[in-house]
Ligand binder design. Structure first.
Ligand SMILES: Cc1ncc(COP(=O)(O)O)c(C=O)c1O
Length: 379
């Protein structure tokens, strides 16, 4: 029996020849431009077109994209940013890095994304922005977050790092916020063999500011004239040329992910009564990064899959305010019951286009066998 890794063992196998050709072409080009050159400009242009956004600014990672956005919005000391209590570290770390305070909102029990009502209850005079994040395969409730931000006069930062390919109400992930971000770290749905990200925005002033901040506060017309204190968050030309090549196959890869997710959903629908809850089905607001189930028997299910050579991940074993790095931002006595329950129960299964049908069936069979062999529990 071959092992099914959590992420594909050969992430870019089909495109290896193109990658090597790209390295050679950029490496031998006359102008020896390795960052922020014509490939990066074309890549930004293609994403702008695909997303229908006014601007897309390529930068060095998804984390850096959040950092640039918060800086461009003027988030700093004395400010608060409402973030989900359950999610990845950059949600809180970038706010702390800006000198502001992350305020943790509990999540919705079904989507596992920030609960808009919980977020609103935490808004104070110090709140400058709300920053929901899309999780696993479900977009946050962006219409409610958009309405909330507009009504309360807050910036809306959309952490869509994982959500490429998702749309909600016809609007792509990344386009609901005043700014959205994508990450291209290798395992993401539009990952690449390196680090990179983008900021997506329809606000020309915000875009110009982000563009300046990604290259030490220069405006691109005059070198060594620094209008702002910026960052080094530049995009690599080899990666830009490679992503342009990969863009052509992106929709097919996304469709394959959707097909696998929908097979899992069919197989797992009857397992709810046996205590394994699959993500909600339905197209709107869905994307397919990883397939995450909820079960009180999470550790036993993970062990069962591992015994059958199927790797899984626990995203995330603790809510953000329970992480030592962010515990000082947790108000004494505060609790996040839904985030705590999610941290105890989530288990993510492999979901990538390279999975063969037999592997997909094997994953589903193994989960179903576990469900039918273990004692029933209340969902
Ligand atoms: C929701 C979310 N936001 C932001 C990031 C940061 O992206 P990067 O790893 O490119 O810095 C990640 C990374 O995995 C993420 O999952």
């Amino acid at each position: 029996m071959t092992r099914v890794p959590f992420f594909a063992a050969d992430l870019f196998g089909h495109d290896r020849a193109a990658l090597l050709k790209t390295v050679y072409a950029v490496g031998t080009c006359d102008d020896q431009k390795f960052i922020l050159g014509e490939h990066t400009a074309r890549f930004e242009h293609e994403l702008r077109r695909r997303l229908g956004a006014a601007d897309v600014v390529a930068c060095s990672s998804g984390t850096s994209a959040l950092t640039l956005v918060l800086a461009a919005m003027g988030v700093g000391p004395g400010d608060e940013v409402v973030v989900p209590a359950f999610g990845c570290a950059p949600l809180a770390a970038t706010v702390v890095g800006a000198g502001a305070r992350p305020v943790f909102a509990d999540i919705d029990p079904v989507t596992m994304t920030a609960d808009p009502a919980a977020a609103e209850s935490l808004v104070t005079v110090r709140t400058k922005a709300v920053m929901p994040a899309h999780m696993f395969s479900l977009m946050a409730d962006m219409p409610r977050f958009r309405e909330l931000a507009d009504r309360l006069g807050l910036w809306l930062v959309e952490d869509s790092a994982l959500a490429q390919g998702g749309t909600l109400g016809g609007r792509p992930a990344g386009r609901w916020g005043d700014a959205g971000v994508y990450s291209f770290v290798q395992v993401k749905t539009f990952g690449m063999p390196g680090e990179g990200g983008v900021v997506i925005t329809d606000d020309p002033a915000l875009a110009a500011h982000v563009r300046m901040l990604r290259n030490h506060g220069q405006d691109g017309t005059q070198r060594f004239h620094h209008h702002r204190v910026g960052y080094n968050s530049r995009f690599d030309e080899v990666m830009a040329a490679f992503q342009l090549h990969r863009l052509a196959g992106l929709d097919d890869r996304l469709s394959r992910r959707a097909e696998i997710a929908s097979y899992f959903s069919r197989r797992f629908a009857p397992l709810t009564e046996r205590g394994i809850v699959a993500p909600p089905v339905g197209g709107d607001g869905r994307f397919h990064y990883v397939y995450t189930v909820l079960t009180e028997q999470r550790d036993a299910l993970a062990a069962h899959l591992a015994a059958h050579d199927i790797a899984t991940h626990v995203y995330y074993p603790r809510p953000l305010p329970a992480q030592p790095a962010f515990a000082r931002y947790a108000p004494p006595g505060a609790t996040w019951p839904v985030a705590e329950s999610a941290a105890r129960r989530t288990l993510s299964l492999p979901l990538y286009p390279q999975l063969a049908d037999v592997e997909v069936e094997r994953i589903a069979d193994t989960v179903c066998a576990f469900a039918h062999s273990s004692p029933q529990e209340d969902p």
